[in-house]
Design a protein around this ligand. Structure first.
Ligand SMILES: *[C@@H]1O[C@H](CO)[C@@H](O)[C@H](O)[C@H]1NC(C)=O
Ligand SMILES: *[C@@H]1O[C@H](CO)[C@@H](O)[C@H](O)[C@H]1NC(C)=O
Ligand SMILES: *[C@@H]1O[C@H](CO)[C@@H](O)[C@H](O)[C@H]1NC(C)=O
Ligand SMILES: *[C@@H]1O[C@H](CO)[C@@H](O)[C@H](O)[C@H]1NC(C)=O
Ligand SMILES: *[C@@H]1O[C@H](CO)[C@@H](O)[C@H](O)[C@H]1NC(C)=O
Ligand SMILES: *[C@@H]1O[C@H](CO)[C@@H](O)[C@H](O)[C@H]1NC(C)=O
Ligand SMILES: *[C@@H]1O[C@H](CO)[C@@H](O)[C@H](O)[C@H]1NC(C)=O
Length: 470
């Protein structure tokens, strides 16, 4: 119960730092707070709030900065001094939203359509602000194919064009890969995954960049922006289907975290999408919500989900879905926390409320959160290299005894080792959908890369005579 209630109202990590000591409704409550939290004023980190109240997030050569005080000042936001931490977090989320002031009105953006703010899009448990405008989200799409490995920039506005590209609707696969919170296509994992995929399959491969909309301090704003990215993809999808006769049953969507939710919005508008592969789909603001607003197995003919940080956001800072939502849900190493991903170096036994999180430094928090959350990508990426197979074995219930979670000392339930047999196991990777068995699966990896445990006996039992055959 605490999972549903608490994981929704927050989500944004950075904002939590300023919640702890703010008990004034004056704008400068923010300033007072950051001055009291030396841990976050660390210019060596890739994300930090500096002494002037600028949230700075550096990505490669790009640095994104947002002035918290400016935004709050501009918004004329007032946080009642008697609000509790959850309400305060939700209100601050709204205050720092570039879309503040639009309230709950339904805004429409040309061909992208309208974005209602009623239930199920927003609710007490889903206090998302309006999505930002399409030009603020800045969706860009790049095309690569097996033949043309250099980047082709798809023209999206005013009219879509892929003229002069190597797009071919007759290819058996058309792929869209979407990143999540605080990410963009300059991050090397997207290029690596694209290259590895194109080595194995002749495909049209689109990389979807919404870095402007994703590099926002406010997680709930970014979560709301996924609707705009989904609509941009829907518009492109419609164009490819109408003008190029692309068959939806050839479309493979892949997304990490919030990118998995974007993929879901895209897929919902076209019946018969071939597949969605979701890497640890984002939990806060989505899990437990109505199917219309989140990833679900009804979105595509086949939905496979790799769970690597499925634990309640509060108090365990999980980022990924806890429960199963696909045809196949693979809980790797228990699905809650990955090996070598450590708890923050602090006394976490006292972590009971979001306000306690304000005592963890941002560096530590980022490492803690990102580590398990991104492993879903690395496991899949490794599966594209033929040297080894990560087998997942069917189990009956998700390996997470929530009721027994003791903060800081929990251990996911590890099913006893058992041999795979045909009809009981399937591999992580491109061939997950080639096996008829569906449901909840458990997989185990090595602690560090290479993650796969070479298991020739299981390969043999599963009818794989040579590793290179898969
Ligand atoms: C904080 O960052 C802003 C934007 O980069 C910069 O203008 C300002 O000088 C910085 N303040 C301090 C105290 O470092
Ligand atoms: C907020 O705006 C007011 C007037 O525009 C200005 O005097 C004040 O310094 C600003 N506060 C902060 C914390 O920047
Ligand atoms: C929008 O907000 C106003 C004022 O907060 C409220 O009276 C109204 O019922 C809301 N409308 C919807 C559709 O939620
Ligand atoms: C394609 O987009 C990238 C990234 O936005 C940009 O750097 C590049 O100049 C663009 N190329 C062309 C040919 O427009
Ligand atoms: C975009 O398409 C519309 C309708 O097909 C056409 O009228 C318009 O001229 C096009 N605009 C541009 C800039 O090509
Ligand atoms: C698509 O798949 C079919 C069946 O596997 C194969 O015969 C065909 O050559 C493939 N088409 C392309 C363009 O690769
Ligand atoms: C982008 O995502 C990848 C995969 O989760 C992660 O390794 C990387 O650190 C992220 N980049 C930023 C700037 O957060």
């Amino acid at each position: 119960m605490f999972l549903k209630f608490k994981s929704i109202a927050i989500g944004i990590l950075e904002i939590l730092y300023i919640l702890n000591t703010c008990n004034s409704h004056e704008h400068n409550f923010i300033k007072n707070s950051w001055e009291k939290l030396p841990g976050i004023v660390n210019s060596q980190a890739s994300s930090f709030i500096n002494n002037s109240g600028n949230f700075i997030h550096s990505v490669g050569q790009n640095a994104f900065k947002i002035s918290i005080t400016d935004v709050i000042n501009k918004s004329k936001c007032v946080i009642p001094s008697n609000a509790n931490n959850i309400v305060r977090a939700a209100l601050i989320q709204q205050c720092v939203s570039p879309s503040l002031g639009y309230g709950n009105e339904t805004r429409c953006f040309d061909e992208l359509g309208c974005f209602p703010m009623e239930y199920p899009w927003t609710s007490v448990l889903r206090p998302l602000p309006q999505p930002m405008k399409p030009e603020e989200v800045g969706t860009k799409i790049f095309l690569y194919t097996s033949k043309h490995k250099e980047q082709y920039n798809v023209t999206l506005w005013p009219n879509i064009s892929i003229e002069g590209s190597d797009f071919d609707a007759d290819r058996n696969y058309t792929v869209f890969l979407v990143h999540g919170f605080l990410n963009d296509t300059t991050d090397v994992w997207m290029a690596n995954l694209k290259d590895a995929y194109l080595k194995k399959r002749d495909a049209n491969f689109f990389l979807v960049d919404w870095g402007l909309g994703a590099h926002q301090m406010n997680y709930l704003q970014v979560a709301s922006n996924t609707r705009i990215v989904g609509a941009e993809l829907t518009r492109l999808g419609k164009f490819l289907i109408d003008q190029y006769k692309l068959d939806p049953s050839k479309i493979h969507l892949m997304g990490h975290s919030l990118g998995a939710q974007v993929s879901s919005y895209f897929a919902k508008t076209f019946p018969g999408i071939y597949r969605i592969t979701a890497f640890d789909p984002a939990q806060p603001g989505f899990e437990g919500c109505s199917k219309e607003v989140r990833l679900d197995k009804s979105d595509a003919k086949f939905v496979d989900v790799i769970h690597t940080s499925g634990r309640p956001f509060i108090p365990l800072l999980g980022c990924g879905f806890v429960g199963p939502v696909g045809h196949v849900d693979i809980y790797v190493n228990g699905g809650m926390m990955q090996p070598k991903c450590t708890w923050p170096q602090m006394e976490i036994n006292g972590l009971k409320d979001i306000s306690d999180l304000a005592t963890i430094s941002m560096n530590v928090m980022r490492d803690w959160i990102i580590c398990s959350h991104q492993k879903a990508i690395w496991y899949f990426l490794e599966s594209l290299d033929d040297s080894c197979i990560i087998w997942a074995r069917k189990i009956n219930t998700i390996p997470i005894p929530l009721s027994n979670v003791a903060i800081g000392v929990f251990k996911p339930f590890i099913p006893p080792p058992k041999k795979c047999a045909p009809g009981e196991c399937l591999p992580i990777g491109l061939n997950t959908d080639k096996y008829s068995v569906q449901g909840i699966f458990y997989a185990e990896t090595m602690d560090v890369a290479p993650y796969c445990k070479l298991d020739l006996e299981t390969n043999r039992l599963m009818g794989i005579l040579s590793n290179l055959h898969l």
